[in-house]
Design a binder for this molecule. Structure first.
Ligand code: NDP
Length: 304
């Protein structure tokens, strides 16, 4: 019987994950179909309950449900529990297991962005949603000593800091109010800036003005596109990377969790590039323009 794997989000139209996961199932001889489920928050519990039927191998969960889904699964993996966010669900019989493969996706992207340079110890994160939680956990486990989280709604950033209280006890993890002057002051003390907001997703806006971006910054935008932030940062002389590599590696890890097989990375990358060239929007909802598959700056994204 053909098994089903679904992407649950709102919106999920024309997903890039669909293109890469279906191609991977087909290439590895896995009899499964990857489907898109656009479900507003109110329909999330019902959608998650449906996964318990034998038809389903598992699911991906995306914007804006990654945190909300946590109490709806039966067990969390270490990363699911540590982040308080789930982007992949697997099955143990009828029981649902919540994983967070964004963490490994983020760490792969970070390593590539930093390259041969020394791994920084201080970082600024813009955003405090599900994606930001994977980033914070990735930075904590990487040994960062100071991480500052800015969010439009400060209470959400404070909630994030509180969630990581224990695992971040050895370091400084702080929530700060979103004022450009404060962000500018913090940028002067750091080497790494990560955009985990959805600003730049649907419009050509940047979370910060180009003038405050220093020349020697490393900038990662989780959005899978050459955003205004990345263009401004590149113009300022910074090294930049978009969210493609993170998307690829979170997807590869999810594939392995569902199937027990290694993911055909090269094929998945190819399918991502094809879908992107065809103007498809990604699973994460990022608009995809006529941008080279390498994305911005470092060019690292296209080479895996
Ligand atoms: P969430 O819905 O959980 O969080 C959205 C975040 O964006 C919040 O911090 C929110 O702030 C902020 N935000 C949204 N609109 C605005 C605005 N107009 N002004 C200021 N802040 C805003 O989404 P996720 O964390 O799951 O995803 C965030 C982004 O990261 C998305 O663009 C997503 O595509 C990308 N992503 C990419 C991944 C990849 O593999 N490349 C993986 C995960 C995420 P507030 O709390 O104040 O509303």
């Amino acid at each position: 019987m053909t098994k089903r794997v679904v992407l649950i989000g709102h919106p999920v139209a024309h997903s890039l994950s669909g293109a890469m996961q279906q191609a991977a199932f087909d290439a590895q001889g896995v009899d499964a179909k990857y489907e898109m489920w656009d479900r507003p928050s109110i329909e999330l519990p019902e959608a998650i309950a449906e996964l318990r039927s034998d038809d389903f191998l598992g699911a991906n969960v995306t914007i804006p449900h990654k945190e909300r889904v946590v109490p709806m699964v039966d067990r969390l993996t270490e990363e699911g529990a540590a982040t308080g966010a789930v982007n992949t669900i697997t099955k143990e019989g009828k029981r649902l297991v919540g994983h967070n493969t964004d963490v490994v996706g983020f760490k792969t992207a970070l390593d590539r962005l930093v390259g041969k340079q020394k791994m920084p110890r201080h970082a600024i994160i813009l955003g405090a949603g599900g994606g930001a939680r994977a980033v914070v956990y990735g930075l904590i486990t990487e040994g960062f000593q100071r991480v500052v989280v800015f969010n439009r709604h400060l209470h959400r950033a404070e909630g994030l800091v509180k969630h990581f209280g224990k695992s971040a006890a050895h370091m400084e993890l702080r929530a700060m109010p979103w004022h450009e002057s404060i962000i500018e002051a913090e940028l002067g003390k750091t080497k790494l800036l990560i955009n985990a907001t959805s600003i730049g997703l649907a419009s050509d806006e940047s979370p910060v003005s180009g003038e405050i971006i220093p020349a020697d910054l490393l900038v990662l935008d989780l959005i899978y596109n050459r955003t205004r932030l990345l263009r401004d940062a590149e113009a300022a002389g910074s090294t930049v990377m978009d969210g493609e590599l993170m998307l690829l590696h979170q997807g590869a890890a999810a594939f392995t969790l569902w199937t027990g097989q290694p993911a055909p990375l090269e094929l998945m990358q190819e399918k991502l590039a094809e879908a992107r060239a065809g103007g498809v929007r990604s699973a994460e909802g990022e608009p995809v323009g006529a941008v080279s598959a390498a994305g911005a700056g470092s060019g690292a994204a296209g080479s895996d």
